[in-house]
Design a protein around this ligand. Structure first.
Ligand code: NAD
Length: 383
């Protein structure tokens, strides 16, 4: 048996929707017919929604999608499409989701769910009062490196976890020597930009998903590149942070740090790394890979090796050799596809869906707490 499920994709021509959601998740699901719910093959029937007819028709042609429109109201009135997905610019989200909920659609949305925790809570109340299903994209726990880290945690590899350290970032050109690789709205408060609202929702579910509840945070946030040049070659002032350093205390008693920046040059293995240290061992994950060092193979370091009186060749010690790579635990699956499969099943069968609006609200709670901490120079409770 084959059934279809109608999904409106808003912001379909955007960077993330056209690549991860369409090309890497929904189109393969349609082509390979490999989503099974209760023994039935489920195929997404897509309606692309956006502003620009030319761009929309190009994307529709590329993926052989017949239905696309620039008319939001007609899309919302179309009963063949019970799910509304939003991946358009962040600042438009709140009103769009309100409209889609009013039209009786189940909602799946990119992060951040709303511009504030308060507004997120109002959305949750409205969507729940109408008995509609709701979900927020939380893809990063499904990248292969973190799936391996999660596996280690479930196996109790670490013993008592004492520290963690998350690093993220790369250099985003300001537009003067080279075009910026990120849209200008990312650097404007009015566009819903800023590193804390863009990236910290991810760090919230990664940290709490792996290590349990965050108790409190203290954060410094700054703007490393205060002037940028936009898509129209106009210079603008950046009025949000593009860099942040945060200390977190968890309910478990562990402490950790997050260092994120769009003004740093990559010198480690990946754009994202996470190290977790425990009494029985440590784990180090990139997006793709993960390594461990057990208590039994921990080198007995006695201090800095600054070379001896013999030769400077002895100056370096290879600290990486005592780390062991974690083998693949499962075949690769696109991280965004996990959310789609689970949300579609949730809509069709009432199966549980973890990253619902409550989770999305908690995601922005971390962004808000870090902003508040930065402006008040104080620890902010998250309990
Ligand atoms: N889960 C993730 O890892 C991840 C990664 C990147 C972006 N995102 C989220 O996805 C969303 C889009 O980000 P992006 O990087 O793809 O941005 P983008 O600028 O490439 O795409 C935004 C889309 O919104 C559309 N849009 C802009 N203004 C509009 C308007 N007034 N009316 C209708 N449509 C409009 C644009 O045409 C474009 O299609 C953001 O909310 C962002 O936070 C999530």
């Amino acid at each position: 048996m084959v059934k279809t499920i109608g999904i409106i994709l808003n912001g379909a021509t955007g960077r993330i929707c056209s690549t991860q959601h369409l090309e890497n998740s929904l189109i393969p699901m349609r082509e390979n017919k490999d989503l099974l719910v209760n023994g039935e093959i489920v195929i997404p029937d897509l309606l692309l929604l956006g502003r620009n007819e030319k761009k929309l028709s190009e994307i529709a042609n590329k993926f052989q999608i017949t239905n696309w429109t620039t008319d939001l109201n007609s899309a919302l009135a179309n009963e063949n499409y019970p799910i509304f997905f939003d991946a358009a610019s962040t600042h438009l989200r709140l009103n769009l989701l309100k409209n889609a909920i009013d039209a009786g659609k189940h909602i799946y949305t990119e992060k951040p769910l709303a511009p504030s925790v308060e507004e997120g809570k109002t959305l949750l109340q409205t969507v729940s009062s109408k008995n509609l299903k709701h979900g927020v994209v939380e893809d990063k726990l499904f990248v292969p490196g973190l799936r391996k880290m999660n596996h280690l945690i479930k196996e109790d590899f670490f013993g008592r976890i004492v520290n963690f350290n998350l690093t993220f970032g790369w250099w985003v050109f300001d537009g003067s020597s080279q075009k910026s690789q990120r849209p200008s709205w990312n650097y404007k408060k009015s566009g819903g930009g800023g590193l804390l609202f863009d990236m910290y929702p991810h760090w919230r579910y990664v940290i709490e998903g792996l290590l349990g509840p965050i108790k409190r945070v203290v954060s410094a946030n700054w703007t490393a590149q205060p002037k940028r040049i936009d898509e129209e070659e106009i210079t603008y002032k950046v009025d949000v942070e593009d860099s942040s350093a945060t200390i977190l205390e968890l309910d478990s008693g562990a402490f950790g740090t997050i260092q994120s920046s769009w003004a740093t040059r990559v010198r480690v293995e990946d754009l994202f790394t996470l190290q977790i240290d425990g009494t029985e061992g440590s784990g180090y994950s990139t997006l793709r890979n993960c390594w461990t060092q057990r208590a039994s193979s921990t080198p007995r370091i006695t201090g800095f090796n600054l070379g001896g009186d013999k030769t400077t060749l002895e100056f370096k010690t290879n600290y990486l050799k005592d780390w062991e790579e974690v083998p693949e635990i499962a075949p690769y699956k696109n991280p965004y596809r996990f959310g789609w499969e689970s949300f579609i099943e949730h809509v069709l069968t009432d199966s549980p869906f973890i990253s619902n609006f409550s989770a999305g609200i908690r995601d922005i709670e971390l962004s808000e707490a870090c902003l508040k901490s930065g402006s008040t120079s104080s620890w902010i409770s998250m309990t």
